[in-house]
Every structure is written in structure tokens, then in C-alpha cells.
Write a protein that binds this ligand. Structure first.
Ligand SMILES: Cc1cc2nc3c(=O)[nH]c(=O)nc-3n(C[C@H](O)[C@H](O)[C@H](O)COP(=O)(O)O)c2cc1C
Length: 347
């Protein structure tokens, strides 16, 4: 399929964009995309055959992963570009500035990102206010999910309080019924001790407390960094026992040995995402599907670097797929190519 005008424009501006700090480039691109939204031709998602997932119609199984829309604007341009859903957040109960900058680095030769953002976000109240406005005006074919995280200073022993607090506020607001699902993020590597919540009994109790009050299915997001498969499957089963309504696998990895990290970034730290994560993500997806056996939806995230890889994950049995890093490197035609939607994406 020939490149769209928007894709050509992206190819021309990409070298300049990649010379500036990644976070700044993200803000600039998002602002530009929001400005030109009226001129983006709809990818005609509504013409696609919908799937029913989480009791909702989804017009494309390809969505945007958490962290891309940290400020919960769920911008219309993502829908117009052909994404079927976006997972906004992660939000924590109170606003947080995140870690000191620079906290994102590109490794373009390998289509990778390193990030140590540390849940910079506007806080639950402001984030949800943005989302509910968006939900009120959203065309129903574009599904919006919300990701929740633990506050940086919350002791891990009291972490459940953070999630439950946000869920209780959501339950009191009838607009939350319009959310696609609510993700419980226990796997970002940049919040101290967050990943301790993934452990067997801890995750069962956390999910059970969340599921009791959540207005929408509680979907647990795991990392693919367990010491072995057995330990992962133990945590996965515990999350399902606790009432998880879905699973996202996987978050960024702290295992930097899967890529060739350039010398100037060897001490950067943080979570690795992008192409090199594909193999790990596929492996964990396979294991997850052996346990879930179709009982709850499974969302594949991690290393989806091209539309063909998104299709391959669905072929393996994932119900939905999410992309972040791959979209940054591939450009605006990612979802359009995946859908096989012909024609220009600019009016
Ligand atoms: C800059 C950045 C910020 C992220 N922030 C979040 C976040 O707030 N919550 C979350 O659950 N995942 C977050 N992620 C992880 C992504 O949602 C995704 O699971 C991961 O990057 C793997 O997918 P990818 O290889 O397509 O990027 C973030 C990723 C990046 C690169």
C-alpha cells in the first residue's frame, strides 16, 4: 500500500524530530496532531467488522498502550488514524512530577526506547476529569480504557488503598460505565517496589479488593521479567482467582541483555521497549493463553514493531494488541496498514 500523505510528512520531519529530546518530540507531535485532527480523514473504523470484547464493540483490535496518553486526553486523532482503543494513564491518586529528566532515550538502529518516567501524571482527579469529558463526546466506536498505578510514596503494604481509592471514586461516577476496562498496572519498573505486587498471594488479594469495587473489568498488566515460567503462571493464576477480567502481557523489561545498549546509555537504566521485546512478549503470551484458555481477554503488548507483528499476535490467540514504541518508529500509517484501509488519511 502506498504511504499516505501524513506518513510522507512524518518521514520528512522524523530526522529533525529525532534530534530533539524524545519527551519534547512526543509533546510537539501530539500537539501538532491535535491541531490537524479536523483535516485527518477518518480511517472508517465503523466499516470494520466489530468484535465484542469486555461487552463492548471494538472496531479494531489494535490499540495504543498505556503511557502514550498520560494526561488522559484520549485524542481523537488516534481514533481517526485507525486505532480501536487507547489505554490512558497510568494515573496515581495524587499528581506526580515523575523522575528527573532526561528520562526517555531512543536507540533508533534497533527501534527501541529506554524510559524511566516514574509515573509523571496529573493525578486521578484531573486525569479522570479529562477522560470523562472525552467519554461524553466520544463516538462509541473508539474505546477508552484507564490504567491505574500506585503513588511513588505509598508504602507497598498499603498499595491496594491507592487502587481501591481511585476505583471507588470511579464507581460513584456513572460516566465510568463507558470505560472499556480498567488496568491495574503492577509492572512498571520505575516506581520503587511496584513489581512486588505481582507476587502470587499479593496479586490475588489486590485484584480481589479491586474487583469488588470496580465499575468495569479489572485487567492486570504483568511484566515478562519473572525468574521462570512457573513463577509467572503462579501469579497469573492468582490474579485470575482474585477476579481479574483480563490480562495484559507485557510491560517494559529491565532485562537489557536482550538488546545491544550503546555505551553512552549503559547506565541509563529504566524499562526497555520496542522490537527486541517481541520474543519475550510472544513467549509470555503463549504461556498466558495456555492458562486463560479463552476465559478472559488477553491483550498482547511489547515489541509490536510492525502491523504484521500485530496480526501475528492475534494469530497466536491474543484478543487485542497494543503498540507504543513501534508506533513512534513506524509512523502514522501503522493502524491504517494493519486495517488495510486504502486512500489518503488527510482531507
Ligand atoms: C515512555 C513510556 C511510558 C510508559 N508509561 C507506561 C505507563 O504509565 N503505564 C503502563 O502500564 N505502561 C507504560 N509503558 C509501557 C507500555 O504501555 C508498553 O507496555 C511497553 O512499552 C511495551 O510495548 P512497546 O514495545 O510497544 O512499547 C510506557 C512505555 C513507554 C515507552
Amino acid at each position: 500500500m502506498p504511504d499516505s500523505l501524513l506518513q510522507k510528512l512524518y518521514r520528512i520531519t522524523k530526522p529533525a524530530l529525532f534530534r530533539i529530546n524524545p519527551e519534547r518530540a512526543h509533546t510537539l507531535t501530539a500537539a501538532a496532531m491535535r491541531t490537524i485532527t479536523p483535516f485527518i480523514r477518518d480511517a472508517h473504523l465503523a466499516r470494520q467488522k466489530p468484535r465484542i470484547i469486555f461487552d463492548r464493540k471494538v472496531f479494531s483490535p489494535l490499540g495504543i498502550a498505556a503511557g502514550f496518553d498520560k494526561f488522559c486526553r484520549a485524542p481523537l486523532y488516534l481514533h481517526k488514524l485507525g486505532f480501536g482503543f487507547v489505554e490512558s494513564g497510568s494515573l496515581t491518586p495524587k499528581p506526580q512530577p515523575g523522575n528527573p529528566k532526561p528520562r526517555v532515550a531512543r536507540i533508533p538502529e534497533q527501534q527501541l526506547l529506554l524510559n524511566k518516567m516514574g509515573f509523571n501524571n496529573p493525578g486521578f482527579i484531573a486525569g479522570w476529569q479529562n477522560l470523562r469529558t472525552r467519554l461524553a463526546e466520544a463516538p462509541h466506536q473508539y474505546q477508552i480504557a484507564l490504567s491505574l498505578g500506585k503513588g511513588k510514596d505509598t508504602d507497598v503494604a498499603r498499595a491496594a488503598d491507592d487502587y481501591v481509592h481511585c476505583l471507588e471514586l470511579l464507581r460513584q461516577d456513572p460516566m465510568s460505565e463507558y470505560l472499556f476496562y480498567i488496568a491495574i498496572n503492577v509492572s512498571s519498573p520505575n516506581t520503587p517496589n511496584l513489581r512486588a505486587l505481582q507476587k502470587g498471594e499479593t496479586i490475588r488479594k489486590l485484584v480481589s479488593a479491586c474487583a469488588k469495587v470496580s465499575p468495569r473489568p479489572v485487567v492486570v498488566k504483568f511484566a515478562a521479567d519473572f525468574p521462570d515460567t512457573k513463577t509467572y503462571l503462579h501469579s497469573l493464576s492468582a490474579a485470575l482467582d482474585g477476579g481479574a477480567g483480563g490480562i495484559i502481557i507485557c510491560n517494559t523489561t529491565t532485562d537489557h541483555s536482550i538488546a545491544k545498549i550503546p555505551a553512552d546509555l549503559s547506565n541509563f537504566g529504566g524499562g526497555l521497549s520496542g522490537k527486541a521485546l517481541a520474543e519475550k512478549s510472544r513467549l509470555y503470551l503463549k504461556e498466558t493463553l495456555r492458562v486463560t484458555k479463552g476465559k478472559v481477554p488477553v491483550i498482547s503488548s511489547g515489541g509490536i514493531y510492525a502491523p504484521e507483528e500485530a496480526a501475528a499476535r492475534l494469530g497466536m490467540g491474543a484478543d487485542l494488541v497494543q503498540v507504543y514504541t513501534g508506533f513512534i518508529y513506524y509512523g502514522p500509517d501503522f493502524a491504517r496498514e494493519f486495517l488495510g484501509t486504502k486512500g489518503s488519511n488527510l482531507i
